[in-house]
Design a binder for this molecule. Structure first.
Ligand SMILES: [Mg+2]
Length: 340
């Protein structure tokens, strides 16, 4: 009670009485690759109060903020909705989109030092030792048994499988923007539309499902009429492996999919795109390391990666299996085929 009263006195402009009856509601807001803790609002405050507070933390004006994950009855919460009505659990994470008026400079800055892409390493040395270790295979079989996949659209007979990372592969998740579309990798929908003719499409991102769903919706991937997503996997489907030189790392083992959907997908017909090569550690032969799409504001007129990869996928879809391919040299393969 003392704490609530204390917060009421110091942080609120309304009467202290309402804070005695209403609980503080801590919320975590992700924006521009960082997390901000909001601890001074209560259930009685509105979405606009939250936006105003976020302005003090981030400098983004309330009218430029878009808050993903704040919903009432399935619709985005308007400014006058009370936070109490959103039924948020304490420390719920939500995502904010929006730019500061003066932030172009930030947007164009280099990625932070701790960025995964910067810290990626060449996996070749590690592969042999890790790929077939029994403890890792055991972890995969545990995921096959325990991880629940929600099928969005049934696998299709005779299709190959394309597994796609999200962050930096399909969009730039670090730059600031008003909408996801500004951060979307060029040709995304055309790429997915073409790929869908030959491949079932699976999304696999190292965050949790709530984020993945929010991002796919924001990009218009979940609702596009020209292709369908078969299912999506999150970080809980990943495993941690021990590598001799790099210690513990989290990877995306395709064996989880192959185990769960063995009648459709295998090493022979699966390709996975990720900007982080170590995610392929358990299945290097099936991985294609895509160039990361960063600094969307600078690069969205130049980036042609998905356009070229559309052609590569089309080309290799003609093959019976992928066992002889080395995706590291996909561009060489493509230009050779196109030259013929
Ligand atoms: Mg990524």
């Amino acid at each position: 009670m003392y704490m609530v009263f204390f917060l009421g006195i110091f942080f609120r402009r309304k009467t202290a009485l309402s804070y005695v009856s209403k609980m503080a509601l801590p919320i975590i807001v992700k924006w521009g690759g960082q997390e901000y803790s909001v601890t001074t609002l209560s259930e009685d405050d509105t979405v606009l109060d939250l936006k105003q507070f976020l302005k003090t933390l981030t400098g983004v004006l309330p009218e430029r903020q878009k808050l993903l994950g704040l919903k009432v009855k399935g619709k985005p919460a308007e400014n006058d909705v009370k936070l109490g009505a959103l039924k948020l659990k304490p420390n719920t994470k939500i995502m904010m989109m929006g730019t500061r008026e003066e932030s172009l400079e930030d947007v164009l800055g280099p990625p932070p030092d701790n960025d995964d892409v910067v810290n990626d390493f060449d996996i070749e040395d590690e592969v042999v030792e890790v790929e077939n270790r029994e403890e890792n295979l055991l972890k995969i079989s545990r995921r096959v048994k325990e991880y629940k996949v929600e099928i969005l659209n049934p696998p299709r007979e005779g299709k190959k499988l394309l597994v796609l990372d999200v962050d930096y592969t399909l969009f730039d998740h670090r730059s600031c923007a008003e909408t996801g579309v500004e951060l979307m990798r060029p040709y995304l929908h055309e790429f997915l539309t073409s790929a869908y003719e030959d491949y079932d499409i699976v999304i696999w991102s190292a965050t949790n499902m709530k984020w993945i769903e929010a991002k796919m919706k924001e990009l218009g991937v979940s609702t596009n009429a020209n292709y369908k997503i078969t299912f999506m996997l999150d970080s809980a489907a990943m495993i941690t492996v021990h590598t001799p030189r790099r210690g513990l790392i989290d990877v995306k083992p395709l064996g989880v999919i192959w185990g769960k959907f063995s009648e459709f997908y295998s090493k022979k017909n699966t390709i996975m795109f990720d900007d982080i090569g170590r995610n392929f550690l358990m299945n290097p032969q099936n991985g294609l390391k895509i160039r990361p799409f960063m600094k969307a504001h600078l690069n969205r007129d130049k980036d042609k990666e998905l356009l070229k990869l559309t052609q590569y996928l089309k080309e290799i879809a003609k093959l019976d299996d992928f066992l002889d391919l080395n995706h590291k040299y996909w561009e060489r393969y493509l230009s050779k085929k196109q030259g013929q």
